[in-house]
Design a protein around this ligand. Sequence first.
Ligand code: NAD
Length: 313
Amino acid sequence: AQAKWGFVGLGQMGYPMAKNLRAKVPQADSLIIYDINESTTRQFVEEASDPAHAAGASVTVAKSLQDVARNSETVITMLPQPKHVKAVYDDFMAAGLENPPSRLFIDCSTIDVKTSLDVGAAVRALGHEFVDAPVSGGVVGASAGTLTFMLGAPDHIVSRVQPILERMGKRVVHMGKPGTGIVGKLANNYLLAISNLATAETMNFGIKLGLEPKTLASLINCSTGRCWPSEVNNPVPGVVETAPASREYQGGFGVSLMAKDLKLAIAAAELADAKLVLADSAKRMYDEAEVHEECKGRDFSVVYKYLQLLEKK
Ligand code: NAD
């Protein structure tokens, strides 16, 4: 049978994800796409009609969000923030979707736990399925189709969702019931926010006390302080050649995305009265770096540079 796919939010992440999905589903399938930015949907259609990309589902651009919901069996959303996800799903649910068929909605955006649970409940109330499946791996992983999905879904739907996500990623980790995918993502990014900042502070004071940056990093990386920021994404320029720090902090994971995820993690912890003693200082650092002239738009490891700017004050 021909499957009908929908994709909403073709930004930095969504565009390559939709591209991989389209290329990996049977040619007889259809894909309907929507984004408020018309130039991105236009580009997607142009690319799909290029003979070099002939294989893959046929693509149409939807006139509205309701158009997507009505003409899809499975809809994937990849949107910036909670307010966008809420607005988009309100529109979907106002489309007067008949049931059966029960449609499947997969939200891959990184949003807060409460919005995700509320949206999921609204979708389920109309007899459709909703799962949260935020991702790790960034734009590079989205383009290469190597993302890790953190899936929050009822057990009965996992076998339907997994092969879909595997068209856009390498790993699907079923975290538990709805909402737990988001919790997993925010927990991981909380740790990343802290370990990145701690690495920046550590490298900074070690270097100031006379250590050679590469020597300090090598020591940490064969000792108990080792972490992804020390080993792969070291915040000190020149320590890891392939890290954003070594190219003026260009590319990578934007400092404003980290500031956003940290806020979401703090809100999630508050829902459960879980204490986060390091969150406030970390939040201040990312919030300030996000708007600072020399740091904005850069990789989140730029907090190392921001730390030094603070010292000069
Ligand atoms: P982006 O801003 O590049 O893309 C979002 C897209 O959604 C844009 O094309 C925008 O026009 C569209 N959009 C906004 N409102 C819309 C609406 N009402 N209807 C239709 N389209 C709408 O963002 P991104 O970097 O692709 O990130 C998407 C999500 O993925 C975010 O929640 C982000 O935190 C998460 N994420 C991003 C990365 C990364 O490295 N960029 C990594 C992991 C997770």
